[in-house]
Design a protein around this ligand. Structure first.
Ligand code: MN
Length: 242
């Protein structure tokens, strides 16, 4: 009996300096570290994939060509200059170099027909990479409690409903309950971007790209207790169709 070859799935992340991460001697202060939240590779592995880190030191076209799929992970706000806006006072922690790296990863993956799962910031990145814009700040009192920084990250905060016939519907069914750890959301949708899941207050929670194996969710499936999450299962299965 042969074991099916596991799809190789590249995971993006941050490049932070040592003082921001901590735990190193003081003379490492100028050194940088590539990192991502470990739940992402854990979920990829649990779904049957073989997770690897995508570093911005790699030639992006080349490294994406070796991948079977990629995950665009969560993190800080996308720099509003990427979508031609000025920063709202609550837009924080922008990392323009990361934005450019992940936009290049997305473009390479789309050019090469590789499936993409994008999460939280990743969803916002996909939208702006394709020409869309963002709502830069949702107050905790606006609609659903989207910026639920006061609750456990595993806590399911609001429902989403999916659009009939969409990828979101096939992955999550008509309704799903989600955690919510974001203060930004899609405004104008990018070229080919379709909103296929919404919170009860209308905030976009799932997007897809017409004719592409690109699926993005505004919540954090990698942090919820029930695993493997259907989005990661979709990503692994999508590599077998390309
Ligand atoms: Mn939400």
């Amino acid at each position: 009996m042969t074991t099916a070859r596991r799809p190789l799935i590249g995971i993006t992340g941050r490049r932070w300096t040592v003082p921001r991460v901590g735990g190193f001697p003081d003379n490492f202060a100028g050194v940088e570290i590539d990192l991502h939240v470990a739940n992402f590779p854990e979920c990829v592995a649990a779904a049957g994939g073989l997770p690897v880190e995508l570093t911005r030191s790699a030639d992006i076209t080349d490294v994406v060509s070796r991948m079977d799929a990629v995950v665009l992970t969560g993190g800080a706000d996308v720099d509003p200059s990427v979508y031609g806006d000025i920063a709202h006072p609550k837009t924080e922690g922008t990392e323009r170099a990361r934005d450019e790296f992940e936009i290049a990863v997305l473009r390479a993956a789309m050019d090469q027909g590789k499936p993409v799962l994008a999460i939280c910031r990743g969803l916002q990145l996909v939208n702006v990479a394709l020409g869309g814009t963002l709502i830069q700040h949702l107050e905790p009192t606006d609609g659903e409690h989207h910026a639920a920084w006061d609750l456990p990250v595993t806590q399911l905060v609001h429902a989403i409903t999916t659009v009939d016939g969409s990828l979101a519907r096939s992955v999550y069914g008509a309704e799903w309950r989600v955690n919510s750890l974001h203060h930004q959301a899609c405004a104008q949708l990018g070229h080919g971007v379709v909103a296929t899941g919404h919170a009860p207050d209308g905030v976009v929670e799932c997007i897809e790209v017409s004719g592409r194996a690109v699926f993005a969710v505004q919540w954090h499936p990698e942090l919820v207790a029930a695993q493997p999450d259907p989005a990661f299962t979709w990503l692994v299965q999508a590599t077998r169709l390309t």
